[in-house]
Write a protein that binds this ligand. Structure first.
Ligand SMILES: [Cu+2]
Length: 318
């Protein structure tokens, strides 16, 4: 239900004159995106341990926002009146005035702004309220995907898509000094320790899936707040990698690519054989504390998994 708030109340924004001359596929939309900041407990491992998180829409990571290059994002941030802290949003896909659009919003207040999504790719969004490292460490981050106007040879349409967001967990989320000193206990994907790794944690129940030969696209964000990621598929090779997810940045046959905190990249993966790969940050002090995601390649892979249906849960496995 929350996710429906976020996605895609699309309305045509072109005037009648323009519509006479523009092909339908080129019509830019205005996309309404509403996010509410909520300070709520969230689950951080496969045992069900919770921490008091600060979130968008009560989930970590926040919902996937997905638009097409050329669209206008009409955005509203609500800071729930039950919260104790100011929150904000910083969309890396936007070019605006940091002092106005990205300014903090007090509990019970609302901020609206809009921006054109001019650059295609995969972009981080996060809270920028002070202390920013703490707000990110507590869970206020997500991804905005700006699809290109059309697919191409360099950026083909994938068979499956998944979102993985790396972040650090801290043992005491109230200890700002420890967060600023980078004293994390775990590095994780999508908010949970070994969330998609039943090999290292038998309590894990989820993996990514695909069929051998399918083109799998991973939208990867490194939320940090501090650690660099060395993103690598164990027993695989990235078919293509795209810094910031932009087709103009295509790289081929990559084994490992560094994605710094606050950065994002898109990765294409094809397995010629059945079995599995383990997607990790190859900085092993990070991976072995929780940042491993198994992808299982099997001809019987669920045809619905990793197929975007307009909701976050279809590509950002809860
Ligand atoms: Cu915040």
């Amino acid at each position: 239900m929350q996710r429906k708030n976020v996605v895609l109340g699309a309305a045509l924004s072109l005037g009648a004159a323009a519509m006479l001359f523009v092909a339908p596929s080129a019509l830019a939309k205005t996309v309404t995106v509403n996010l509410t900041a909520k300070e709520v407990p969230t689950v951080i491992d496969n045992k069900g341990t919770t921490q008091m998180s600060w979130t968008y829409e009560g989930q970590v990571p926040g919902p996937v926002v997905r638009v097409t290059e050329g669209d206008t994002v009409d955005f509203t941030l609500v800071n729930d009146a039950k919260n104790k802290n100011s929150h904000s949003i910083d969309f890396h896909a936007a070019r605006v005035n940091v002092l106005s659009e990205f300014a903090p919003v007090k509990p019970g207040e609302t901020k609206k702004f809009s921006f054109p999504a001019t650059k295609p790719g995969v972009f981080f969004y996060h809270c920028g309220a002070s202390n920013m490292a703490q707000h990110i460490a507590r869970g206020m981050f997500g991804v905005i995907i700006v699809d290109p106007k059309k697919y191409s040879k360099e950026f083909p349409k994938p068979d499956r898509e998944y979102v993985l967001i790396q972040s650090e967990l801290y043992p005491n989320v109230d200890d700002v000094d420890a967060i600023m000193a980078g004293k994390w206990s775990n590095v994780v994907f999508n908010g949970g320790v070994l969330k998609y790794d039943p090999v290292h944690d038998p309590a894990a129940t989820k993996t990514l899936v695909a069929k051998p030969g399918e083109l799998v696209r991973v939208f990867f964000v490194n939320a940090g707040p501090h650690e660099f990621s060395a993103f690598h598929p164990i027993a695989g090779i990235w078919e293509r990698a795209y810094p910031s997810g932009n087709a103009l940045n295509v790289m081929y046959g990559m084994q490992t690519m560094v994605v710094g905190p606050g950065d994002a990249a898109t990765f294409d993966l094809i397995s010629p054989v059945p079995g599995g790969n383990a997607i990790v940050t190859h900085s092993l002090k990070q991976a072995l504390t929780g940042a491993i995601a198994v992808i299982v390649f099997d001809d019987k892979a669920d045809p619905k998994m990793g197929v975007w249906d307009g909701t976050s849960a279809s590509i950002l496995i809860p």
